[in-house]
Design a protein around this ligand. Structure first.
Ligand SMILES: Nc1nc2c(ncn2[C@@H]2O[C@H](COP(=O)(O)OP(=O)(O)OP(=O)(O)O)[C@@H](O)[C@H]2O)c(=O)[nH]1
Ligand SMILES: [Mg+2]
Length: 181
């Protein structure tokens, strides 16, 4: 089974560097923002000593390790939901992943500009969390509109769905991530 992982971070945080380290792929790495525009996908086998031990015991014809699929996307900036930087539409490339890794920059290097001006990983993470919540909010609003119309048409299951979407909306609008609902 493949586990999918999406990398999210500010431009120049080191997402592609991490992607390359994890997958031994060759995503472009450069000391300027927005090096990555189109998403890159890398797949790597996950070593597991338990699998090796099992293979030694039962000698299967084929041993298939689980794989990790890593998706490297463009950098997300503050106010991306208002179109800043490359906007936030590219988040669609990681909408279906199993996990999102937030990549925060912790290294100092004057040759690699920081989009926020100075090194502050905690602040960077807050920006990422907020932009992800706002992107979720926009998705939810579209869905809520559709569900509201369907509920008006009288189908019962949509009334229940609308109630859940309303709760999720209030939660996200209060700045809470969807996963804590
Ligand atoms: N010193 C140091 N430099 C790093 C580290 N990670 C990345 N860099 C450098 O920082 C620059 C940006 O790295 P990238 O991996 O391209 O960053 P990114 O997050 O993919 O950037 P975008 O694609 O533009 O969003 C490159 O010059 C890297 O060599 C690190 O851990 N330490
Ligand atoms: Mg990159």
């Amino acid at each position: 089974m493949t586990l999918q992982l999406g990398l999210v971070g500010l431009p120049n945080a080191g997402k592609s560097t991490l992607f390359n380290a994890l997958t031994r792929a060759h995503s472009a790495v450069a000391p300027y923002p927005f090096t990555t525009i189109d998403p890159h996908v890398g797949v790597v086998a996950v070593p597991d000593p338990r699998l090796d031990a099992l293979a030694k015991l039962i000698h299967p014809e084929k041993v298939t390790p689980t794989t990790l699929e890593v998706v490297d996307i463009a950098g997300l900036v503050k106010d991306a939901h208002k179109g800043e930087g490359l906007g936030n539409q590219f988040l669609g490339h990681i909408r279906n992943v199993d996990a999102i890794a937030l990549v925060a920059r912790c290294f100092r290097n004057d040759d690699v500009p920081h989009v926020a001006g100075e090194l502050d990983p905690r602040d960077d993470l807050a920006v990422l969390e907020l932009e992800l919540a706002l992107a979720d909010l926009a998705t939810l609003e579209t869905q809520r509109e559709k569900t509201r119309n369907a509920a008006k048409a009288g189908e019962k299951k949509f009334a229940a769905e609308l109630e859940l979407l309303d709760r999720a909306h209030a939660h996200l609008a209060a700045g809470q991530p969807a996963r804590t609902l």
